[in-house]
Design a protein around this ligand. Structure first.
Ligand SMILES: Nc1ncnc2c1ncn2[C@@H]1O[C@H](COP(=O)(O)OP(=O)(O)OP(=O)(O)O)[C@@H](O)[C@H]1O
Ligand SMILES: [Mg+2]
Length: 328
């Protein structure tokens, strides 16, 4: 099976003028500017199959947006190969553009002074969407997003969350096969974030749309992606399942225990192979290696008057921080 997205040795250089301090240097640099190369994406390769939802993560300036722009054809690569649905994105063929969509949480594609429905109708013409597909898509998307009440209000009067719902509808009306989402939930409250995540999950399951998503919110990633690509300073650092990342970089699980009556720290310390993170006599938070945590929990239950015991994974944020700190 051929991949929907295939990236080989992708690089992007930006040439930026070097700014120096001082009036004299500023005047000199106006006449004779000096340049500095920024290597925003550095030899990145990956393949993505149809229907996958992949999170593209990394710190600020890692090269995520630059990569998405190259995949959607807005930027041309300095070198390397990109194929999306067998097309070379920066050739910007109409057939290619009809099959993809790029949504940027920080940018607006809707007409500001018009109601969203007017932009939808404009997109219908631009993409040559038939009446039947348009009506069907619009109905489905509006239902899924619960956006019926907001389509006729000028966009400038919508809240950020309402606008984002409309942005997503606008980007999906032509039923793209590939969807690029650059920080789609940025600035949204938790309720709307959750709604958008559920929407994306359902939409992907229903239509098998391939999705690449960048986000700084791990909730997005945990909810909708199985696979994650981590980049840093333009280089790919990890590509694999989130579960595997957690298993490899979070060797321990957290166990929170409540005791019916007070116990002493010395008694708890007598249990070997656990690390006490918090303790106040009647409550403790422990860090226990994942390969022994079931035995250790059983031991705690028999040795102490436990009334409640909760096992949880280390947060994905912490796993990623750990991953980067080990690699750097
Ligand atoms: N048009 C441009 N001209 C010059 N440099 C650029 C341009 N666009 C991006 N860069 C640089 O390329 C690098 C990668 O930027 P990019 O926007 O891809 O990062 P990002 O991973 O999306 O970060 P963030 O999480 O902050 O959105 C940064 O050093 C940035 O300054
Ligand atoms: Mg970005």
């Amino acid at each position: 099976m051929t991949s929907v997205i295939s990236v080989q040795g992708l690089k992007k250089h930006f040439r930026v003028t070097q700014k120096k301090g001082g009036v004299r240097d500023t005047i000199i640099s106006l006449v004779k500017p000096t340049y500095r190369d920024v290597l925003a994406v550095d030899d990145v390769s990956f393949e993505i199959e149809e229907g996958e939802v992949v999170a593209f993560l990394g710190p600020n300036g890692a090269g995520k947006t630059t990569t998405l722009k190259m995949l959607s054809g807005i930027l041309y690569p300095t070198s390397g190969e990109v194929r999306v649905l067998q097309y070379i994105p920066h050739e910007r063929k109409t057939d290619f553009q009809k099959q993809i969509s790029l949504v940027m949480g920080q940018k607006n594609q809707l007409w500001w002074d018009l109601p969203a429905i007017d932009t939808f109708l404009l997109n219908k013409d631009i993409y040559g969407i038939s009446d039947h597909t348009y009506n069907h898509s619009l109905h489905e998307l509006v239902e899924l997003m619960e956006a019926g009440q907001i389509l006729n209000i000028p966009v400038r009067r919508l809240s950020l969350g309402q606008r984002m719902k409309c942005e997503l509808i606008a980007s999906l009306l032509h039923r793209p096969k590939v969807l690029f989402l650059d920080e789609p939930t940025i600035g949204l409250d938790i309720v709307v974030q959750k709604k958008l995540r559920n929407f994306l999950k359902e939409y992907n399951q229903k239509h098998r749309t391939t999705i690449i998503l960048t986000s700084h919110y791990m909730g997005d990633v945990k909810e909708i992606c199985k696979r994650v690509i981590l980049i840093n300073r333009g280089k790919k650092m990890y590509d694999g399942s989130i579960d595997e990342l957690v298993q490899n970089y979070a060797k321990d699980k957290y166990v929170a225990v409540d005791f019916e009556s007070k116990i002493t720290k010395t008694d708890l310390e007598a249990v070997r192979g656990i690390k006490i993170l918090e303790f106040d006599g009647s409550k403790a938070v422990l860090s226990i290696p994942r390969n022994t945590h079931t035995q250790k929990c059983a031991e705690l239950l028999t040795k102490f008057p436990v009334i409640d015991l909760n096992i949880r994974e280390v947060e994905l944020e912490d796993v990623i921080v750990k991953f980067y700190s080990r690699k750097v």
